[in-house]
Design a protein around this ligand. Structure first.
Ligand code: NAD
Ligand code: GDU
Length: 328
């Protein structure tokens, strides 16, 4: 039984691979290294450098490695980029996922975990947002992921195939043991950008929108530690292996922080003030997204261990320092 991790050389995928490796699972990674790094992986995990849109390649890997389950992280992830270049997102997140799912269906690989996103809700009316809330993405990124969820539901109805779509809220932090973290140059995620600013890698941090209808005028997100998110995947894999039905689950803590609160936490933990500039709202951004994660807790018995903004920021900063030394 081998787990195929697509996008395993990326930020979240590499944490997943380390966790599977720690648990003694056999793992194979497919990654085209467009935003990932081969050095983020344990040295003895095979990396197939290729594209998940290459159905023949994926089919070969499934057969040669005796894959019984797929955890699918590979994709394009930047909300504003998806607004500017939607077809990139419908290609990489939707069409390429279709190819991957087709290879699984053809080879009888019947367990599939998908990286979905809170962006499928758009600007939810109910906060915290439950899984059965209306799905109204406000960016092509969110739509491209929702379309993949729909394909998975249809394939599961037609074939011997079960899936878990995990809708991540805002993933942040790094491996508490310091083995991997978010390494992409030019990253756009708030905690990563703030950590870079604190270490002097960026001259300033732009605050996108101070006129939102929130307490301090900045947007609110539910930041989940990457280690807790990976823990949810391990439980979802276990559940599918025990015959669990297809399901969709939110992954977040159920409470949010504003952009200003995150900046304050990074300043406090790092002890370094950095410049902030107030700017206009970013296209495709929602005002407030917070998860109702009761299904994840009830169905998987998930119990977060790192639900603490200070800890998330501490791990993000520690990784940023390590990365600075690595790249110097
Ligand atoms: N980071 C977040 O806050 C967040 C939130 C919600 C959902 N997600 C989803 O989680 C997944 C992982 O995100 P991440 O933050 O680790 O991003 P990332 O960019 O670090 O990782 C993506 C990985 O996939 C690889 N990849 C991309 N397209 C590929 C393709 N066609 N074939 C093979 N490999 C390919 C990249 O090289 C990279 O290693 C994505 O699907 C993303 O949409 C992330
Ligand atoms: O330099 C920055 C970066 C971000 N922000 C703000 O901080 C908040 C969070 O932004 P991120 O870019 O960190 O994350 P997003 O909420 O835009 O998107 C993330 O979460 C989404 C789900 O909510 C998707 O899944 C997506 O993949 C993932 O990037 C937003 O209000 C954004 O405008 C800033 O003010 N300055």
């Amino acid at each position: 039984m081998t787990v195929l991790v697509t996008g395993g050389a990326g930020y979240i995928g590499s944490h997943m691979v380390w966790a599977l490796h720690d648990a003694g699972e056999a793992v194979v990674v497919i990654d085209n290294l467009s935003t990932g790094f081969d050095w983020a992986l344990p040295g003895d995990v095979p990396l197939v450098r290729g594209d998940i849109g290459d159905e023949a390649l994926v089919a070969r890997v499934l057969s040669e490695h005796g894959v019984d389950a797929v955890i699918h992280f590979a994709g394009s992830i930047i909300v504003p980029e998806s607004v500017a270049n939607p077809l990139k997102y419908y290609k990489n997140n939707t069409a390429n996922s279709r190819s991957l799912i087709a290879a699984c269906a053809a080879k009888g690989v019947d367990k599939f975990i998908f990286s979905s996103t809170a962006a499928v809700y758009g600007d939810p009316e109910i906060i915290p947002v439950p899984e059965d809330a209306p799905l109204k993405p406000v960016s092509p990124y969110g739509t491209s992921k929702l379309m993949t969820e729909m394909m998975l539901a249809d394939v599961a109805a037609a074939h011997d195939f079960r899936y878990t779509a995990l809708r991540y809220f805002n993933v942040a932090g790094a491996d508490p043991r310091g083995r991997t973290g978010q390494s992409t140059a030019g990253a756009t995620h708030l905690i990563k950008v703030a950590a870079e600013a604190a270490l002097g890698k960026r001259a300033h941090l732009s605050v996108y929108g101070t006129d939102y209808p929130t307490e301090d005028g900045t947007a609110i997100r539910d930041y989940i530690h990457v280690a807790d998110l990976v823990g949810a995947h391990a439980l979802a894999l276990e559940r599918l292996r025990q015959g669990g039905d297809s399901a969709v689950m939110n992954c977040g803590y159920g409470h949010g922080y504003s952009v200003f609160e995150v900046i304050e936490a990074v300043r406090k933990v790092s002890g370094r003030p950095f410049e902030t500039r107030m700017e206009a709202r970013r296209p495709g951004d929602s005002v407030r997204i917070v998860a109702d994660a009761s299904r994840l807790r009830a169905e998987l018995g998930w119990q977060p261990r790192h639900d603490d903004l200070t800890e998330i920021v501490t791990h993000a900063l520690a990784w940023e320092e390590k990365l600075a030394k690595r790249n110097s």
